[in-house]
Design a protein around this ligand. Structure first.
Ligand SMILES: CCOC(=O)Nc1nc2cc3nc(NC)[nH]c3cc2c(=O)[nH]1
Ligand SMILES: [Zn+2]
Length: 373
């Protein structure tokens, strides 16, 4: 097991890359999908089940954990890995994005953000320094810079001002992170959909120097076409020898298109959140298992899927347990969805390794076009 944080590129196919990030807590195969474990749990999943789907790394949310049970309490109990019984790598966000979308009475200044907890109204502050302290208390393997993500659409002046603030906060994050061998700090590129601001942001971040780089400020309502148009240039502005992480993405076709454009890491609540609402991802598109058409269907969600849900349960059963609000409903379809996402990532990694990403993508879209049967 290594004591270093090291990204090794194994193969490329066009702009797409496949490789391995080695960390003291284990290896991360890229392109990688990170299930979201917001309150120290991937909802409806035991950690060993999350691992069984093929996940190498989880995402934890600083905003939620700092409010409840607090980072100090988790540190006293041995850190987030021990607390949630996941001994592989964990990436934590900085809290920047969620404080702006979840907290009440937020006040944003050069220093940081003061806000009231959406849980009990208590007052809190997040600054680059406090965010680094929280993520260190949690024991995070990959720490994210404290940034500000502007809601789109926004005018150029607002986007420039926000990006420049995030770059000043990136420098403060780097300074506060300190020297932590085996751990990584990732910078976050901002700049909205403006190629010049994105270039400026990428240069500011690479001048500071980070172990990985995220493309921030996307998947905030701009739509897939605009996101892809930005991804046609943004990843190329970032170093090729470091991991590139696209936050909050996304639907399976979003991920495929972003991998084609050079992204290595993803996180999204979609597979787990959809699993709890009965939306199942299959090769042939999304299946809403609560639809009456499944009431008597003895087939699995996806004949080609090897997950425990598809191996042992019928659509009729899944329809029944969703209609009767049984807890197993969320467990089974969340497991299936996370398994589907990890199979998609494994398929992308294999296709890039054999220089056949184009073939994989063609089959991916053709099969989805067939629709569910
Ligand atoms: C996950 C690490 O991210 C951060 O610490 N800041 C950050 N988070 C984001 C999360 C996002 N989720 C979406 N769509 C669902 N878009 C996002 C953007 C950011 C971001 O710019 N900055
Ligand atoms: Zn399945």
């Amino acid at each position: 097991m290594t004591q270093r944080f090291q990204f090794d590129l194994h193969a490329t196919d066009g702009k797409a890359r496949t490789g391995v990030i080695s960390t003291p807590r284990g290896e991360i195969r890229t392109p990688a999908f990170m299930p979201v474990g917001t309150a120290a749990t991937v909802k409806a999943m035991m950690p060993e089940s999350v691992r069984a789907t093929g996940a190498d790394i989880l995402l934890g949310n600083t905003y939620h954990l700092m409010l409840r049970p607090t980072a100090e309490r988790i540190a006293r109990l041995g850190g987030l890995h021990k607390f949630m019984n996941w001994d592989r790598p964990i990436l934590t966000d900085s809290g920047g994005f969620q404080v702006m979308s979840l907290a009440e009475l937020r006040k944003l200044t050069e220093e940081g953000v003061t806000f009231k907890s959406h849980i009990d109204g208590s007052k809190h502050v997040l600054t680059p320094e406090r965010s680094m302290e929280i993520q260190k208390l949690l024991g995070s393997d990959i720490v994210m810079c404290f940034d500000e993500c502007p809601a789109l659409p926004a005018d150029r002046a607002r986007i420039e001002e926000s990006m420049q603030l995030s770059m000043r906060w990136a420098a403060r994050s780097r300074e506060a992170f300190g020297d932590r061998p085996g751990h990584a700090l990732f910078g976050i590129q901002q700049g909205g959909l403006e190629q010049d601001f994105r270039e400026e942001s990428a240069k500011a971040l690479t001048d500071i120097g980070f172990e990985g780089y995220a493309v921030g400020g996307l998947a905030v309502g701009e739509g897939q076409e605009s996101m892809f148009a930005c991804l046609d240039y943004a990843p190329d502005q970032l170093p090729t020898d470091k991991p590139r992480y696209l936050m909050g993405v996304g639907k399976p076709d979003d991920i495929v298109g972003a991998v084609e454009r050079g992204i290595d890491m993803f996180d999204c609540v979609l597979p787990s959140r959809s699993g709890r609402t009965g939306q199942a991802f299959t090769r042939r598109g999304v299946v809403n298992i609560k639809n009456a058409r499944h009431t008597d269907d003895p087939r699995p969600l996806d004949e080609a899927c090897t997950c425990p849900c598809c191996a042992q349960y019928s659509r009729a059963y899944l329809h029944h347990v969703f209609k009767s609000h049984e807890m197993i409903s969320s467990m089974l379809v969340t497991w299936h969805n996370l398994h589907y996402y990890q199979e998609l990532m494994a398929g992308l990694r294999g296709a890039i390794a054999r220089a056949d990403l184009a073939g994989f993508v063609k089959t991916f879209h053709e099969t989805r076009a067939l629709g569910d049967i």
